[in-house]
Design a protein around this ligand. Structure first.
Ligand code: FES
Ligand SMILES: [Fe+2]
Length: 326
């Protein structure tokens, strides 16, 4: 915690990679939640996450050697094999092999967990990890986004963008309930009108109606934004070019976050739209991120901001967000 950002990291499901980042029988290092981790995919295709450091002598499992150099440690069957002395670990954190030992250490012989496994879910072409500072088990699930299903022929592929942002997740999330900043930070034509804003358990659902100037004249666009916990958000733009944005946020540490943005656009006559309005939407959102980033990187969190009548429902948002702190 710092003076500028006095919050700890929230718990929930957080994106750590896209499915296509990780082929079968490969691994890679991760650094999120102020923790060194290794992500690997078993030969049978399951994604697994463990603490990074081998309990034998502390090698990092995310860095392979020799023909594995430049990638992670090798994966054999269901286990990742430490590059240092060849001990192997499955996704449940058990040691499955010490190739040169005649007598196994007691914990290994008993099949106990010797390295911390992290809960993983893979859906929407995304790999999510459950983070909880006290190690509590997941009590909700990430939301399935039908448009992001790899077999959904009506929608195009993922168009990817990402940002490393020098602030806390909550500060980024608060943008969604702040209609006034669109006019000042993003130069929209007016302050968009919030239509719906619901807070329901771990879910938040909002809808904004915004007038947008396009080459085809002024169009009323509807922006529906939903969150599941602090890490997963989905924004659906309709009115001009049907676009779904998976806007997932992950804590790197207490003051730094990574934003994974994947745009999916509805096919027109069986083809993914290119150029024109389709590209303009993506470009505009990316432009907005770089504008927001200047504010986020330098602003301070005020627990009691001085608000006025047309500000968004910040108190409700913060109350909702508060449920994700241990
Ligand atoms: S440090 Fe991993 S096997 Fe020795
Ligand atoms: Fe913004």
């Amino acid at each position: 915690m710092s003076e500028r950002i006095p919050m700890s990291m929230p718990f929930g499901w957080f994106q750590v990679a896209y499915s296509h980042d990780l082929e079968a029988a490969t691994s890679m290092p991760l650094r999120y939640f102020d923790t060194d981790l290794v992500l690997f995919r078993t030969e049978s295709g399951e994604a697994k996450v463990l603490d990074a450091y081998c309990p034998h002598m502390g090698a990092h499992l995310g860095y392979g050697i020799r023909d594995q150099a430049g990638g992670g440690a090798s994966v054999v069957g269901d286990s990742i094999v430490c590059p240092f002395h060849g001990w192997a670990y499955n996704g449940e954190g058990q040691c499955t092999d010490i190739p040169y030992a005649k007598r196994m250490p007691p914990k290994v012989a008993k099949g106990e967990q010797v390295i911390r496994p992290w809960p993983v879910r893979e859906l929407n072409q995304v790999i999510f990890v459950w983070y909880h500072p006290d190690g509590l088990a997941p009590y909700f699930e990430p939301e399935t986004i039908a448009e992001a299903h790899a077999d959904n022929d009506e929608w195009g592929g993922l168009k990817l963008h990402s940002w490393d942002i020098n602030t806390h997740l909550q500060e980024i999330g608060e943008n969604a309930v702040d209609p006034a900043h669109f006019l000042y930070v993003h130069g929209t034509q007016n302050i968009p009108t919030p239509d719906v804003m619901e807070f329901d358990g771990v879910y938040r659902r909002g809808k904004l109606v915004s007038k947008m100037a396009t080459p085809r004249g002024e169009i009323v666009g509807v922006i529906a934004n939903n969150s599941t916990g602090p890490g997963q958000a989905t924004v659906r733009f309709s009115g001009i070019c049907e676009t779904v944005l998976m806007a997932n946020l992950t804590p790197v540490d207490k003051e730094n976050s990574r934003a994974f943005y994947a745009f999916i656009q509805k096919k027109v006559d069986g083809k993914e739209p290119v150029g024109g309005v389709a590209d303009a939407i993506v470009k505009d959102i990316c432009k907005q991120m770089s504008e927001d980033q200047i504010i986020w990187s330098h602003k301070k969190y005020f627990e009691k901001p001085m608000l006025c009548d047309n500000d968004g429902p910040f108190a409700k948002f913060r109350k909702w967000y508060g449920q994700f702190y241990a």
